[in-house]
Design a protein around this ligand. Structure first.
Ligand code: RAT
Ligand code: ZN
Length: 450
């Protein structure tokens, strides 16, 4: 039976006396070695919604925040008693009480999001067999911790060496940290410039740009087709990428975006501003495609849905801009195989992660299996999308567990054909998956500058 134990330290592993370049002789040893290396190799998490401690209340952490995570509030409304209005009228602690009672006490927390909380508690030293099912016992364990110390503890436990934030220049609270505060002083937290508003709601983005000192007309929908406006949008993008030290520019898009479309603002902005600035600064463009926002607004942040995407957008961007590095994830399960095939056609397309509703055990297994079969080690198997600091522990633990199983199967087949695998071979592949591919995309983007 498959055990969910990938990242627990294996006390017997230290006793292995084999040289790291020696072939691993038995399948049992092979399995143990893959598990050990996947669990101990630290990862670069290329997309999160976490912030460094500099961002104060923007950094969400602690057990109440784990419980009011939007993946869990959606589940609360399926099982809990309160109406939307009653639930939202509570503060975070009140909401957390309700979620805990409905999803953890009145029934077993078997969903991915709920079982993730249990994994985080356990791996952070708060074993539920000791702390029980009283939420206040866990709250007491968090009392007295500081955000900065918790960041150190969680990153070490999750073995995350660095992570990429989502930095929205259209968010006034976040903007103030960059413009008036110290910015981000923790080098483990890297920036990415998020531009959904510019691409999907250019008229209101124009108002904000103007307020920020960029000469963009606010009353002329055709402005984005004029070079004098695009010059200013490029200046905005360039200023913000430089200010925050962005590793890439990113947007999350609905599935029905068409590109290129004559007379369409999104096409004009991609061709006239976003791609040129990516090329000029040597940055990849990350596109997350296939979200249908606010299908049920009463759920607030939890009200978004997945939708099947037309991958023609990606195909045409790859073809038109061979020097542009595209980092891509899509939300519909139905698009996953097609996306992996598309990545075989374009070396400037790098797939990353199992996003949002696909970040579940069975989907990660399916997607990681066929991505490896179609792309070998040339993709990024996972990102966490964490919004709450401690989720790094459970999301990476669960993903590592599945990745271990998939990779072991691939190596076992090689082993059976007498292509013997060493510890060094495995370590090289895992380091590639957990950071090397991302670094390669970043350096290809720098090389493709122009
Ligand atoms: O996974 C999530 O938390 C979503 O709400 C989205 O933020 C998504 O990941 C995105 O970046 O658009
Ligand atoms: Zn996200």
């Amino acid at each position: 039976m498959e055990q969910h134990s990938a990242t627990y330290a294996d006390p017997t592993y230290a006793n292995v006396s084999r040289r790291p370049d020696a072939p691993i002789e038995t399948l049992t040893e092979l399995e143990k070695t893959v598990r050990h290396i996947v669990s101990e190799t630290s990862v670069i998490d290329i997309h999160t919604h976490l912030y460094a401690a500099d961002f104060e209340e923007r950094l969400l952490w602690g057990v109440d925040q784990l419980l009011v995570y939007h993946y869990l509030t959606a589940e609360y409304f399926r099982q809990g008693e309160l109406s939307y209005d009653e639930f939202w009228s509570l503060d975070d602690a009140g909401r957390a009480d309700k979620v805990w009672q409905a999803l953890f006490v009145d029934r077993m927390p078997v969903s991915e999001a709920a079982s993730g909380v249990v994994t985080a508690l356990n791996r952070l030293g708060l074993s539920p067999s000791v702390y029980g099912r009283d939420l206040d016992a866990y709250r007491a364990a968090w009392a007295g911790k500081t955000a900065a110390a918790q960041v150190d503890d969680v990153l070490a436990t999750a073995r995350v060496k660095s992570l990429v934030m989502t930095n929205d220049p259209f968010d006034p609270v976040e903007r103030a940290v960059w413009l008036e505060g110290s910015g981000c002083t923790d080098t483990r937290f890297q920036a990415a410039l998020r531009i959904d508003k510019l691409l999907l709601d250019p008229s209101s983005a124009a108002v904000e740009l103007r307020n920020l000192g960029y000469d963009v007309p606010t009353d002329d929908p055709s402005a984005f087709f004029q070079e004098e406006t695009l010059v200013e949008v490029r200046r905005f993008l360039r200023d913000w990428c430089t200010r925050i030290g962005a590793l890439y520019i990113m947007a999350s898009l609905p599935g029905d975006i068409q590109y290129p479309v004559e007379g369409d603002a999104l096409t004009a902005l991609l061709d006239g501003a976003v791609v040129p600035v990516c090329r000029e600064l040597g940055l990849p463009l990350a596109l997350m495609v296939g979200v249908r926002r606010q299908v049920n607004p009463a759920l607030r942040l939890a009200g978004d849905m997945s939708m099947q995407a037309d991958l023609g957008l990606l195909e045409r961007l790859c073809l038109r801009y061979p020097e542009l590095q595209l980092l891509v994830t899509v939300l519909a399960r139905e698009n996953q195989h097609e996306l992996a095939v598309l990545a075989r056609k374009f070396r400037n397309l790098t797939i990353f992660g199992c996003w949002w509703f696909l970040h579940t055990e069975s989907m990660i297994r399916e997607m990681t299996s066929f991505r490896t079969e179609l792309l070998g080690t040339s993709y990024i198997p996972q990102h966490s999308d964490c919004r709450v600091l401690e989720q790094l522990v459970n999301k990476w633990d669960h993903s590592r567990s599945v990745i271990t199983g998939v990779l072991y199967n691939k190596y076992a087949r090689l082993h059976q054909d007498r292509w013997l695998v060493s510890e060094n071979d495995i370590r090289r592949d895992i380091e590639h998956y957990f950071g090397g591919v991302f670094q390669q995309v970043l350096s290809r983007a720098k090389k493709g500058r122009g």
